[in-house]
Design a protein around this ligand. Sequence first.
Ligand SMILES: Cc1cc2nc3c(=O)[nH]c(=O)nc-3n(C[C@H](O)[C@H](O)[C@H](O)COP(=O)(O)OP(=O)(O)OC[C@H]3O[C@@H](n4cnc5c(N)ncnc54)[C@H](O)[C@@H]3O)c2cc1C
Length: 473
Amino acid sequence: MSTDAVVVGSGPNGLSAAIELARNGRSVTVVEANETIGGGCRSAELTLPGFVHDLCSAFHPMGAASPFFRSLELGSLGLEWIEPPLALAHPLDDGTAIVLSRSLDETARGLGSDGRAWRRLVAQLVQHWPDLATDALGPLIKIPQHPLVLARLGLPGLLSARLLARRAFVTERARALFAGLAAHSMMPLDAPLSASFGLMFAVTTHVASWPIARGGSQRIADALVAKLGSLGGAVMTRTRVRDIRDLDTARAYLFDTTPRQLDRIAGARLSNGYRGRIARFRSGPGVFKLDYALDGPVPWRARDCLRAGTVHLGGTLDEIAESEEDVARGRVPEHPFVLVGQQSLFDRSRAPAGKETLWAYCHVPNGSAVDMTGRIEAQLERFAPGFRDRVLARSAMGPAAIAEHNENYLGGDIGGGESSALQLFGRPVLSFDPYATSARDIFLCSSSTPPGGGVHGMCGYHAARSALRQALR
Ligand SMILES: Cc1cc2nc3c(=O)[nH]c(=O)nc-3n(C[C@H](O)[C@H](O)[C@H](O)COP(=O)(O)OP(=O)(O)OC[C@H]3O[C@@H](n4cnc5c(N)ncnc54)[C@H](O)[C@@H]3O)c2cc1C
């Protein structure tokens, strides 16, 4: 059978690429190695019957703020975003929590004397989000359409997160909040550009909060597949692609994989020069993840935590920086920075009545085999004494198990590649069109291309535009 395009991988970017091709009138088939579609956007009963857990992504500031997702009107295809009252709570040892809300006013009020500084940093960027998204959520090597807006992000964003937090804020509370946001980058907080992640997370919070999908993140993938189906595209599951020659003949092949897999599957079709360049693309740190079935809500000391979808555990800026520095140096942190999700508090379809789910992970060195359960639970007990008494069942996944669920997550790297300064601009290579490869009909559409990790579909969208320009005219 022959088709215009084959997409390898049904993650949010693979599906987005397929949708963009299909809505431009091209025939497209997606082939997926796993039994289930969605890649990093899936849900399953990992612990006990009736408890629905997000295998990977859970909170979707970028998904809800994504110009591409917004253009698809996924709400009419079954996707319902639920917005917890607070996007984020960040508890401290004094029994209080710093809170981040969609409302800039509420957030600024909570930050006290640093409220004005918070506004100064993000208010203009929030106001100009559509312009910022145009320039920041795609290839970074280009002439920006809105240079002044981009400079408001780019200039402070060039700094390390620690430096920006110390310069911008006078209180340890605001600094800790910013550190937790920047730590999503998995970069050391002393690395240049790590501040840009903190800023982007802060801005998207005020644009779209950190919503969850009713019923589980799987519903995002399901809605994308429904959209693709409505446009005539199809997905074939249980089809692991080992060699590009095994695929149906097509005018374009788009890979929702890392560059390393692309090379393994299609290396014979790529030039030696290009293969050499993608061979230098590095994986980032891994993650260790725990999912819990709980006998009730987490007994947080800071009550505000019960109003938040996400909770950041790690204490002060310096503590979080130390944890991320350990990971960058290949050491397992003794007191890891832990990202916690409380989906069932706001979506009763996730757990039986009176019970709760909990989602938690921390960063570890790539490929680490160390069991982090004890260290993660120590952080939970620090801010919620008695937590362990609520545990009915737990599922633990270290880097090897994470990679088993999704072969893109090499060594447990969930970001599609390290977020170093070089790899932010050269993702996976320095180019005006980083989606194109040396072969005219082969494209990369995964989070190993700009704008990188997260469920937003923008990598897939841009890759499809590149394919439409070059191979599918
Ligand atoms: C624990 C965890 C927590 C996360 N939390 C969040 C979050 O809260 N919010 C957020 O926005 N993001 C989060 N992410 C990141 C997010 O899931 C990814 O950035 C996103 O899924 C990347 O999308 P993608 O389409 O590029 O690739 P993926 O989603 O990884 O999809 C790739 C697909 O390709 C398939 N594939 C690979 N090789 C082959 C092959 N040879 N043949 C056929 N199919 C193949 C895979 O099976 C997979 O289905 C998290 C990830 C993890 C693991």
